[in-house]
Design a protein around this ligand. Structure first.
Ligand SMILES: [Zn+2]
Length: 416
């Protein structure tokens, strides 16, 4: 009897279920038991030993489309302002109240898992896992590693205080030299990081670096890669220019974040090293639209334009070359609501099914959760979207998801 009480089941009947790899639908029932998909197929039933029928919730999927829960492979859940510097003097209590809202909204846009590229920590991931916070499951890196004056150093030119230990909620930590980089990487891994993030080029939201600068020496990047690999983790690198991208790939990083200005050599290295590109175009689209309104300074706004135009072209070239690409949004502040607009941008340069793969199977591969996330298949987490229209036929179904999402299911639980 206790099995019946403790077991929860969800059955979706007679839906069009997407096989993401094949890019095709089949009419099937999907059964999940205790948060995992147990069977997919015609007349699928719960496993006989599970005794779940009493507690089953049944959804009629007739005429509906079932796809895996989406994965956004580049977010900052703590970024309630586009001005990262402000996080270093905002109380943790306020940051986390905003974060709870941001996470809840991401989930309701269909993202059942996210990969956080700095800011989120063990506590947030644990709170989500325990159900204290409603939101996507989080793969986090903790603080991003940055050189002095790099993309993770938020001090203004007139400031001479220690770069670390000021405030609680910054996105970066400064570590210079091989030993300090090793220690910082080990410390983030100690605190549960799923991956290590390094800043390998300049960026938009940092006050003193140039977009076209390279950051970290080869020795420092290799040290981070070595420490990550020793712990069976990997390194993600923030990089815009071909020069920065190619150095980071040579040093052994597994994913390039942004990558707007990649070149032919980058494409060759991506394939040779079996690395991932996580392009984040929507953030530039949104920054141009409304960045100033949400705290971006005039100077930062001016940097945006230089990385926007090349972005679509880079994705198109990478797609044609066969580079593995994962969906990333990287939105900040009040711009988070444009998260799904990235699908519409991707749809301009690749088929809809490839845009969907980037937010499901390919992202799961990057997260090293292949078969567990990003698929509707036995053994996977029961993360599913039930849609009233076919996103493979029209990617705007995912871009305008609030108009099409009938049921949002995370770990076998109907969220909405
Ligand atoms: Zn980012």
């Amino acid at each position: 009897m206790s099995t019946t009480l403790e077991t929860t089941a969800l059955v979706i009947r007679n839906a069009s279920v997407l096989d993401v790899d094949a890019g095709t639908y089949s009419t099937a029932d999907v059964v999940s038991v205790d948060g995992k998909i147990s069977s997919v197929g015609p007349d699928a039933e719960a496993p006989s030993g599970a005794r779940v029928i009493d507690g089953a919730r049944v959804i009629d999927g007739t005429g509906k489309f079932v796809i895996p829960g989406l994965i956004d492979a580049h977010v900052h859940v703590v970024a309630s302002s586009a001005d990262f510097r402000s996080l270093t003097y905002t109380p943790a209590s306020y940051v986390y109240a905003q974060t709870a809202r941001i996470m809840g909204e991401m989930l309701r846009r269909g993202f059942t898992t996210v990969r956080d590229l700095s800011g989120a920590d063990f506590g947030l991931a644990q709170a989500q896992e325990e159900g204290l916070l409603e939101g996507p499951k989080i793969h986090f890196c903790g603080h991003a590693l940055s050189q002095t004056g790099g993309h993770g150093d938020m001090r203004l030119p007139g400031e001479d205080h220690d770069p670390n230990g000021r405030g609680c909620c910054g996105i970066g930590r400064v570590a210079d030299g091989v030993d300090a980089v090793r220690a910082a990487a080990r410390d983030e891994i100690r605190k549960g990081a799923h991956h290590i993030k390094i800043m390998a080029s300049g960026g938009v939201s940092s006050p003193t670096d140039r977009i076209d600068s390279t950051q970290y020496s080869m020795e420092e990047m290799r040290a981070a890669v070595e420490e990550a690999e020793a712990a069976n983790r990997y390194v993600a690198a923030h990089a815009y220019t071909a020069r920065a991208i190619n150095r980071a790939l040579e040093a052994g990083v597994r994913s390039i974040e942004h990558g707007n200005l990649l070149d032919d050599e980058s494409l060759r290295l991506f394939l040779e090293k079996d690395a991932f590109l996580v392009p984040t175009l929507v953030t530039y689209w949104a920054l141009k639209e409304e960045g100033k309104e949400f705290g971006l300074t005039e100077e930062m706004w001016a940097k945006v334009d230089s990385v926007l135009t090349s972005g679509l072209e880079a994705i198109s070239r990478a797609h044609q070359a066969g580079v593995k690409m994962a969906f990333g949004s990287d939105l900040l502040g009040g711009m988070h609501r444009h998260q799904n607009e990235q699908f519409r941008l991707l749809g301009k340069v690749q088929p809809a099914i490839d845009a969907i793969r980037s937010a499901t199977t390919t992202a799961a591969l990057l997260l090293e959760r292949e078969g567990e996330l990003g698929v509707v298949a036995p053994g996977a987490d029961a993360d599913m979207l039930v849609l009233d229209a076919d996103p493979v036929a029209d990617i705007s179904v995912l871009a305008d998801i609030s108009e099409h999402l009938e049921y949002l299911i995370q770990n076998g639980r109907v969220i909405s």
